[in-house]
Design a protein around this ligand. Structure first.
Ligand code: SAH
Length: 216
């Protein structure tokens, strides 16, 4: 039996209270976005009842949609603002892109698996997220035609930061990404006039980045 939309709204509010606010996410824009985006629309039909649980879920093609808290935490760490252009590598379900799209001006998101890119594009369209562009391809080289970006988020783990992504980040911009193989750290990179600063902020577990990075 499927739940009603109002039931999902109630489950989502509970998720925001117990998983997001209770764990210390404070950015009001992020909290608002997590309240607005219908996460259950981004998961496969057979996972829909579990959409608001405190865990990642399978989305097909051996990939996963991240746990809600991780999405909120990464979005908060990204320090995004209304006018920003943001690049995401690893569209997956499109959920993280939708959360960003609630806050910023435009989101450019890249996905290497055709089926996922297609499905994400469809659900984002249906929900009216017209400020998100989905591109099929390897995110290692970023999206030079749309660069530079105010912020870059990577949701698959490389073992080294792809240099083209650092180049496509504006001075004053920030990048958040998981780095590592079995043991991964969420890294926050700030690009300043005098260079790059990096900080490890949380141990995490993401699917590996594939494609060109594997040959490096
Ligand atoms: N942000 C997603 C979760 C991403 S899971 C969400 O909100 O649902 C990581 C995704 O990164 C997977 O879909 C995987 O196919 C994709 N990916 C892995 N390597 C990639 C690459 N080199 N370029 C683009 N996408 C990649």
């Amino acid at each position: 039996m499927n739940l009603q939309e109002s039931d999902y709204t109630a489950l989502r509010e509970q998720m925001v209270q117990r998983q997001i606010i209770a764990r210390g996410v404070k950015d009001q824009q992020v909290i608002r976005a997590m309240r607005l985006v219908p996460r259950h629309r981004f998961v496969p039909e057979k996972e829909i009842q579990d959409a608001y649980l405190d865990e990642p879920l399978p989305i097909g093609e051996n990939q996963t949609i991240s746990q809600p808290y991780i999405v909120a935490f990464m979005t908060e760490q990204l320090h995004v603002k209304a006018g920003y252009r943001v690049l995401e590598i690893g569209t997956g379900s499109g959920y993280q892109a939708a959360v960003l799209a609630q806050i910023v001006d435009s989101v450019f998101t890249m996905e290497i698996i055709p089926e996922l890119a297609q499905r994400a594009r469809k659900v984002l369209d249906e929900l009216g997220y017209h400020n998100v562009q989905v591109r099929l391809g390897d995110g290692y080289r970023g999206w030079p035609e749309k660069a530079p970006f105010d912020a870059i988020i990577v949701t698959a783990a490389p073992n080294k930061i792809p240099p083209p992504l650092l180049e496509q980040l504006k001075v004053g911009g920030r990048m958040v990404l998981p780095v590592g193989e079995f043991v991964q750290e969420l890294v926050v990179v700030d690009k300043t006039e005098s260079g790059l600063t990096m900080e490890n902020v949380l141990p995490v577990r993401f699917v590996p980045m594939t494609g060109e990075i594997e040959k490096k």
